[in-house]
Design a protein around this ligand. Structure first.
Ligand code: AMP
Length: 402
């Protein structure tokens, strides 16, 4: 069965075309960027090794999806004979609020829920919905499935998702922790159990998803118990450009200092903070910051230590929340690739049961693998995430049921 996975952002559409029959494989994938702005570009690759890069004129998501469809059936580099082969489309949707707790077939009521969450996910939900509507137009009659970033975290108990604010703000306005990156946390926590040779039901896992955005989750028996992102993806770890946890009083203090209104302060804490702000080298990319640290830049060293310390604190907190731990899993751009950061996070944690094997930690590999010493009480692993595959799998499960 052919399943197309779409991740529609504000000015980009990312796509992956899977053949899910038998051994699941990627047939083609790519990205259209700078949609509606000058210099729109498309990258398309297929499983025959063709790589097509082109400057294209694409004014909106519908034109982008049309272009993707044309490439998929292109006589030279296409991978399908006809678009009729596409049996379902899985969409990454960021916010499903409290109503959506599982992947769902998209209908008018699901679209209304996505729209209801525009105010708490203004950067993500509107383009996610536009992507769905574009697919409805370009692939009429093909079922669309929404796979929500928040869904995996819907099992969090109230003591983990409530904030210390008046209860009516939760009851009437749904101000609570939702959590994000759920598709990745679901996939990686399941893979972590598999790496241990156990069932997800029997395992306590902490997943550190450290990418440009970062979040950490505590998973017990396959169910999320807590996660670091909150009402929005701003809370929790220090990220590429987002501040993560801080005293709420900093908000109005910085608004006064920088003379910012609410839109200005929102953008400031999302785009100008995190490692970009702390390291001071005009880059949020951990590779650049690590390079500057190795070259002796003290501010970068301090920024990396602060980033690592925040992760360390969450690991300790989540071990307490779970009442123990079987495996700690690192994933996403930083988690999968930065041996330096993994070492900084785990430094001084032997007393809690973590012993890193330095040689294993230094190996670069695309495989899921253990990096702990043989006498480490708690297993430590690097597990590459694959959100697209997870979305394709969840989409398949929904349309198969139908
Ligand atoms: P993601 O959001 O998961 O795609 O992760 C992207 C981020 O991963 C980049 O911004 C980098 O900061 C980080 N990253 C990727 N490769 C490395 C590496 N080798 N060392 C350190 N950080 C890396």
């Amino acid at each position: 069965m052919i399943i197309l996975v779409i991740n529609a952002g504000s000015s980009s559409v990312k796509f992956t075309c899977f053949d899910m029959s038998g051994e699941k494989k990627v047939l083609a994938g790519g990205l259209i960027e700078r949609i509606g702005i000058e210099g729109t570009s498309m990258k398309y690759t297929n499983n025959k090794g063709d790589v097509i890069k082109a400057e294209v004129a694409v004014k909106d998501a519908q034109e982008a999806v049309k272009l993707i469809s044309e490439n998929l059936i292109d006589p030279k580099h296409g991978v399908l004979k006809s678009l009729d082969e596409v049996k379902a489309i899985g969409h990454r949707v960021v916010h499903g609020g409290e109503k959506i707790t599982d992947p769902v077939l998209i209908d008018d009521s699901v679209k209304a829920t996505i729209r209801d969450c525009f105010s708490i996910a203004p950067l993500h939900n509107p383009p996610n919905l536009t992507g769905i509507e574009a697919c409805e137009a370009v692939f009429p009659g093909v079922p669309n499935v929404g796979v929500f970033d928040t869904a995996f975290h819907s099992t969090m108990p109230p003591h983990a998702f409530l904030y210390g604010i008046p209860y009516d703000l939760y009851e009437e306005h749904k101000i609570r922790r939702y959590g994000f990156h759920g598709t990745s946390h679901a996939y990686v926590s399941r893979q972590a159990a598999a790496l241990l040779g156990s069932k997800p039901e029997d395992v306590k896992v902490i997943v550190c998803h450290l990418g440009n955005g970062g979040s950490i989750s505590a998973v017990d028996g396959g169910k999320c118990q807590d996660t670091s992102m909150g009402l929005t993806p701003l809370e929790g770890l220090i990220m590429g450009t987002r501040c993560g946890d801080m005293d709420p009083a900093i908000v109005w203090n910085v608004m006064n200092i920088k003379k910012l209104d609410t839109a200005g302060i929102d953008s400031f804490f999302n785009k100008k903070c995190g490692m970009l702000g702390l390291a001071g080298i005009n880059s949020s990319d951990l590779r650049d910051i690590e390079e500057a640290h190795l070259a002796g830049n003290k501010q970068c060293t301090q920024a990396l230590e602060t980033y690592a310390y925040r992760i360390k604190k969450y690991i300790g907190a989540y071990m307490a929340a779970l009442g123990g731990l079987d495996i700690l899993a690192f994933t996403a751009g930083v988690g999968e690739n930065s041996n330096t950061m993994r070492e900084m996070v785990l430094k001084g944690m032997a007393g809690l049961g973590f012993k890193l094997d330095k040689d294993k930690n230094d190996v670069r590999s695309p495989e899921a693998r253990f990096i702990n010493a043989s006498d480490s009480r708690i297993k430590i692993a690097v597990i590459p995430t694959d959100e697209e595959q997870e979305i394709a799998g969840q989409t398949l499960a929904i349309v198969s049921k139908k």
